[in-house]
Design a protein around this ligand. Structure first.
Ligand code: PGA
Length: 247
């Protein structure tokens, strides 16, 4: 399977930030892995223009579950696709916290994204309190069952394991802990969508940076990363892309 280096710019970036994309493309014109950046929605069309004909894919960070209608401030999956997006991040822990998104809402958004032809990147992960209580697999299993559409095909789904306590903190689980979760994810995903699961890219996210990328990418069933802070700078994201391409 092709591996995926995905960057989540979160609420960062203006037109000036597109110079980082140009630098990334110049340094990595044809990497041996998939590359994706998910900028704020205001930059999707311009980034997609820049990326046209290159190895870089562009994605959104959320979408509405409905195709259109009276939902001020929201964007539909079809609108993201129309702007040039191929992927959309759904159920990121910041949305689950800031906007109280539930598994059921993430499921509905993922179905809408897949109908619109987007790849749904579904994020799941435990809080620190849940890990300390020994509930990690329990929590992840529930989120997966609640938010991954049952009929998902491999080419329309990516699952990102992002421990909430590792996001933006500089802390990461141990290699053994990541390995345990990813093996569990593959098993649960297989139970949910059958043989298609083997082709689904399983990403690790949470404080991935150039200095720890190679050891994380060596973990079985880690097919790439969802990178926040380190995706904002071409040099850092490029180093992570290079580590993945070499893995
Ligand atoms: P981080 O964020 O790499 O800055 O920890 C990861 C994410 O939230 O996707």
């Amino acid at each position: 399977m092709r591996k995926l280096a995905a960057g989540n710019w979160k609420m960062n970036g203006t037109a000036a930030s597109l110079s980082e994309v140009a630098a990334l493309l110049a340094a990595h014109p044809a990497p041996a892995c998939d590359m994706l950046l998910c900028p704020p929605a205001t930059l999707i069309a311009r980034m997609a223009d820049l990326a046209k004909g290159s190895a870089l894919h562009v994605g959104g960070q959320d979408c509405h579950a409905k195709a259109s209608g009276a939902h001020t401030g929201d964007l539909s999956a079809a609108m993201l696709a129309d702007a040039g997006a191929s992927h959309v991040i759904l159920g990121h822990s910041e949305r689950r916290t800031d906007h109280r998104e539930t598994d059921a809402q993430v499921l509905a958004k993922a179905e809408a994204a897949q109908v619109a032809g987007l790849v749904a990147i579904i994020c799941i992960g435990e809080t620190e309190a849940e890990r300390d209580a020994g509930r990690t697999l329990d929590v992840i299993g529930t989120q997966l069952a609640g938010s991954v559409p049952q009929g998902s095909r491999a080419e329309t789904l990516v699952v990102a394991y992002e421990p909430v306590w590792a996001i933006g903190t500089g802390r990461t689980p141990t290699i053994a802990e990541i390995a345990e979760v990813h093996a569990f994810l593959l098993a649960r995903l297989t139970a949910r969508i059958g043989a298609e699961a083997a082709g689904v890219q399983l990403l690790y996210g949470g404080s991935v940076k150039p200095s720890n990328a190679a050891e994380i990418f060596a973990v079985p069933h880690v097919d790439g990363a969802l990178v926040g802070g380190a995706s904002l700078k071409a040099a850092d994201f490029g180093a992570i892309v290079a580590a993945l391409a070499a893995a």
